[in-house]
Design a protein around this ligand. Structure first.
Ligand SMILES: [Zn+2]
Length: 300
């Protein structure tokens, strides 16, 4: 299925109408915002699925490598956050396999919980004795806050908002502010287009598009609809009513070869990972505080 004729497009993050096509093919179109550097994409294939785990890679080497990286990143983020606030009343939104929550549990001083639209994910959490928020009966993608025994003070969204359709990321962040009166902190992690992997993929995108298509997760559901710049992530957070307190970067891959089915049996993936880490980091992480609740003040 080919994409339709390209229409003038506005940046979904900063609203600029100065955008440039970066990549055009039958399966994927990517535009870059000239003002904030955000990349946003349009995929030809969009397979709706009842449980996204049925359409994500489950190869043993991939999952093992991903777990190693995500647990390491969780420890880094938790240490960084601990300088700012107490690790309690924490909800990990889009918690996937629960690796972040397992690391958080060893440090938390109060309750923690996860939410995921995947039934499989929520089942994994419960098997490990971690609280899982239930979805609303009429919306499997949004938590029923009444299913939690606490009101979240901290919400993390790790590798989540890049999967959302355009405009939905800001709506999600605004809705959290509006529905959670106790919310103080937001922790966001997204893939960064300044990273070495994106730079390599971008340079090779026409001659060898494989890595570029993989980074945009073409053919998986849900695919990546966004690739953030440091600036566009900060713009998203500020526009949704938060104040950026801390920004850090992290290399998103520890074993390069384990992320690709074609390469995973090759030796030297960790060495390649160390070489990759000499270049700019592939993910960007923001800790933000909820801004003044002017809407509530105006209503009072
Ligand atoms: Zn923009």
């Amino acid at each position: 299925m080919a994409l339709g004729p390209t229409q003038p497009r506005h940046c979904p993050i900063c609203g600029s109408n100065v955008t440039q096509p970066e990549y055009v093919s039958a399966s994927l179109e990517v535009d870059r915002c000239a003002d904030c550097g955000h990349r946003f994409s349009h995929h030809a294939e969009w397979r709706e699925t009842s449980d996204y785990y049925e359409h994500t890679p489950q190869r043993a080497r991939f999952v093992s490598s991903l777990q190693y990286t995500r647990r390491r990143q969780a420890r880094v983020m938790l240490s960084r956050f601990a300088r700012l606030g107490e690790l309690s009343d924490w909800l990990d939104f889009g918690c996937g396999r629960g690796w972040f929550l397992e690391e958080a549990r060893t440090r938390a001083s109060g309750p923690i919980a996860g939410f995921d639209s995947s039934v499989i994910s929520r089942s994994w959490l419960r098997q490990r004795g971690i609280l899982a928020a239930e979805p609303l009966t009429d919306d499997p993608f949004w938590p029923d806050w009444a299913s939690l025994p606490f009101s979240p003070r901290i919400v993390s969204l790790l590798d989540v908002v890049e999967h959302l359709a355009q405009g939905d990321a800001e709506r999600l962040l605004r809705r959290l502010r509006e529905e959670l009166p106790a919310l103080e902190w937001l922790l966001l992690k997204v893939p960064a287009s300044e990273g070495i992997l994106y730079r390599i993929a971008h340079a090779l995108r026409n001659a060898f598009p494989g890595l570029y298509l993989q980074l945009h997760q073409v053919g998986t559901s849900p695919a990546h609809h966004h690739y953030f710049s440091h600036q566009s992530l900060q713009t998203l957070v500020v526009n949704a009513g938060y104040v950026v307190v801390d920004l850090m970067v992290d290399h998103d891959v520890d074993n390069v070869f384990h992320r690709s089915a074609a390469l995973e049996r090759l030796p030297g993936g960790e060495l390649a990972g160390r070489l990759i880490r000499i270049g700019p980091a592939d993910s960007v992480i923001i800790i933000a505080r909820v801004g003044p609740r002017v809407e509530a003040a105006a209503r009072a």
